[in-house]
Design a protein around this ligand. Structure first.
Ligand SMILES: [Fe+2]
Length: 251
């Protein structure tokens, strides 16, 4: 059974709280099936699934000031992206989970297909955005730490080969999507995914380590239609330390 993520971060909570939440997220992963199960698990109390209310998912603050990445993304972009777009996925997820709870209470599953789709879309969108903020850092860039570099070399041949594959995946994700570095437990290797929308083209069980949002809202105000420039510049803020920590947890 999937571990229920603890997502109750508010402004002022500690870095340890944030890390604990992200560790839980790594167990939840980014797969729609898992997120659908999340809604079911959330209400599966000992009193029975029909009466328990779903937990409210809350939007954590950005882990840095809005203008902290200004060399890469403006404060306006980050503010809109976090406060409007990411907040919208959180609301959508809460609404969908509440809809599922109501359906169970009424034993009325006529909307189950739509609700399950909504949980997959908004839930994956929420988790990926939470990872995205931490995938960048004003102290980012440079090279990955020794352990992560070793894993990237084992999985891709070299760090540079990983960078090229990741960049190609992100640049070519169809329409709106994500470039994702993930750890895949079955093969005990890292993989690069090019998610479409938020929840499509994922690999069930793969644990995301580092993600780059290539929806236009992530970059258009500065880069216009030049997604490739935005992706290439991602390496100047890439938070290798975060990715290394998540790899350690995933393994
Ligand atoms: Fe986004």
């Amino acid at each position: 059974m999937t571990t229920q993520p603890e997502q109750t971060l508010d402004r002022g909570e500690t870095e340890l709280d944030r890390r604990a939440a992200l560790k839980a997220l790594s167990a939840a992963m980014v797969v729609p099936a898992t997120l659908a199960a999340l809604g079911a698990n959330a209400t599966a109390s000992e009193e029975g699934a029909t009466r328990a209310a779903p937990p409210e998912i809350k939007l954590a603050p950005l882990p840095y000031a809005n203008d902290a990445l200004d060399g890469y993304l403006s404060a306006e972009i980050l503010e809109l992206h976090h406060d409007k777009h990411h907040a919208g996925y959180v609301k959508g997820l809460n609404d969908a989970l509440a809809g599922l709870a109501e359906a169970r209470t009424k034993s009325d599953f006529g909307r189950i297909k739509d609700l399950t789709r909504a949980v997959a879309f908004h839930g994956s969108g929420h988790i990926l955005h939470a990872l995205y903020w931490d995938s960048m850092s004003p102290k980012g860039g440079g090279e990955p730490g020794a352990e992560l570099a070793k894993e990237l070399e084992r999985s891709f041949g070299s760090v540079d080969a990983f960078r090229k594959q990741f960049a190609a995946a992100a640049k070519n994700a169809e329409a709106s999507g994500w470039g994702i570095l993930a750890y895949e437990p079955l093969t005990d290797r890292c993989v690069v995914l090019a998610a479409e929308s938020h929840q499509q083209m994922a690999v069930v069980g793969a644990i995301p380590l580092l993600v780059c949002d290539v929806w236009e809202h992530a970059y258009y105000l500065r880069y216009q239609n030049k997604r490739a420039d935005y992706v290439d510049a991602f390496w100047t803020v890439a938070n290798w330390e975060f990715a290394g920590r998540r790899l350690e947890t995933a393994r």
